[in-house]
Design a protein around this ligand. Structure first.
Ligand SMILES: Cc1cc2nc3c(=O)[nH]c(=O)nc-3n(C[C@H](O)[C@H](O)[C@H](O)COP(=O)(O)OP(=O)(O)OC[C@H]3O[C@@H](n4cnc5c(N)ncnc54)[C@H](O)[C@@H]3O)c2cc1C
Length: 386
């Protein structure tokens, strides 16, 4: 018997689910997405005027330590190596990020060795804080007031819309400081960018005669999904239950796109650490394809704000009230039959692309095993694994 599946969402979660299901089972699949394009938040599109590939919902760099995931995405399209280097504007000066030996030397106007830089930070750290209770205390404890104010305070306040003292210390699990000159933003084994953008990767994943994609089609739970054997839902979990326990907290981003002749800022990403500057960062998209030549440029200012009903949810806040609410939704989800919840929105976690891809790959394996062995169908991914 051929199974009939419905997948909600044509982002990486939905696309990998479709690709793995179609290759693992005798089935037909419908994918619905309420947007007018596939790709979810990783959608890329060439700007009609300049030909520059624009990451429409913010910059995306693919990075993973897992060879299986890297080989999988590379089996669809060509990825080229890409090293992400970020600078920070603090006051009227530009520093390398993450904070590294070069940043520390520039900041203190010294030429420390790694050991001396470590000692310097120990000297300026606030040792009176023994058990940090919030983000600010966590930062002060390790890097002291001046570095914290210069690189973390204003940026964090803009990003999360509150005082860093209101944020849990766990957000800053490890202070991103390096005592060498390494300014590569990612330290994963595999880092790259697909030559023709991310939407092309997903297009290849779902290119199959038994997969039908419907765009501009919103899924309303309880309506029109009866004739499918199973629904894989990658939208927001609170929306699935019509917000019956309330709305999970997210920050969102608004984008202000500009074009100009030549270069605008000389690199892909400049963070703005000062509270007075209203945007958090400026992203210049042609730097994501260093193998292309463009006379013009496109740069995008990003503004962070609270998510309202009409906004796209971006960064889950995961405050303790959110986590309690999430628990109620998870319980409601587990009591349903014939629906599974995957991806960043349905599990309410910040997840990189390789996380959602890895979880979807793993999930289809578990789903097929459950079908074959007639055991209970998994509702959520195995979140411990990634
Ligand atoms: C600003 C920003 C920068 C990022 N940068 C990176 C990066 O550099 N590297 C990295 O690895 N990751 C990055 N990420 C994370 C990356 O965007 C996610 O991992 C990825 O988009 C998750 O894919 P997904 O399919 O789970 O969700 P999404 O991409 O959000 O896809 C979900 C889809 O479901 C659709 N949908 C929802 N509800 C419904 C409904 N009721 N009916 C129909 N359709 C529906 C939506 O329209 C959407 O297309 C970044 C995220 C953000 C916010």
């Amino acid at each position: 018997m051929a199974y009939r599946f419905l997948i909600i969402g044509a982002g990486f979660s939905g696309s990998v689910l479709a690709n793995k299901l179609i290759n693992g089972l005798d089935c037909s699949i419908e994918i619905w997405d309420e947007r007018n394009h596939i790709g979810g938040n990783c959608h890329t599109e060439r700007d009609a005027e300049t030909g520059i590939m624009v990451h429409q919902y913010g910059p995306h760099i693919f990075n993973t330590d897992k060879k299986e995931i890297w080989d999988y995405v590379n089996s669809f399209v060509e990825f080229r190596p890409y090293v992400h280097r970020v600078k920070a504007m603090s006051g009227d000066r530009v520093y390398p990020l993450p904070v590294n030996l070069s940043t520390i030397n520039q900041f203190f106007n010294r030429t420390f060795t790694p050991a001396e830089a470590r000692e310097q930070l120990e000297n300026v750290a606030d040792k009176s804080i023994t058990d940090p209770q919030n983000f600010e205390e966590q930062a002060l404890r390790f890097i002291g007031k001046d570095l914290y104010k210069a690189f973390f305070y204003g940026y964090t306040k803009k990003q999360w819309g509150c005082e860093p003292t209101e944020l849990p210390a766990s957000i800053l699990k490890r202070i991103p400081v390096r005592f060498n000159y390494d300014d590569n933003y990612h330290n994963n084994l595999y880092t790259g960018i697909p030559v023709e953008g991310y939407t092309a990767v997903m297009q290849k994943m779902i290119d199959h005669p038994a997969i039908k994609v419907s765009l501009g089609k919103k899924f309303i739970p309880g309506e029109s999904s009866d004739h499918f054997d199973h629904v894989f839902y990658t939208g927001p979990i609170d929306a699935y239950f019509n917000y019956r326990h309330g709305r999970l907290g997210y920050r969102t981003v608004t984008f202000e796109q500009h074009s100009a002749e030549g270069d605008y800022q000389g690199l892909a990403q400049m963070n703005y650490c000062d509270e007075e500057v209203p945007y958090t960062r400026i992203v210049e998209h042609k730097y994501f394809t260093p193998w292309e030549q463009h006379d013009k440029t496109i740069y995008v200012k990003e503004f962070s704000k609270e998510t309202t009903e009409d906004d796209i949810p971006y960064y889950p806040k995961r405050l303790s009230a959110d986590k309690q609410m999430l628990q109620s939704y998870r319980e409601a989800a587990t009591s349903l039959k014939g629906v599974s919840f995957l991806g960043r929105l349905a599990t309410y976690r910040y997840m990189d692309m390789h996380h959602v891809i890895g979880e979807a790959m793993d999930f289809v394996g578990r789903y097929i095993t459950a079908l074959k062995e007639n055991t209970s169908i998994p509702v959520f991914p195995n979140e411990e694994q990634f």
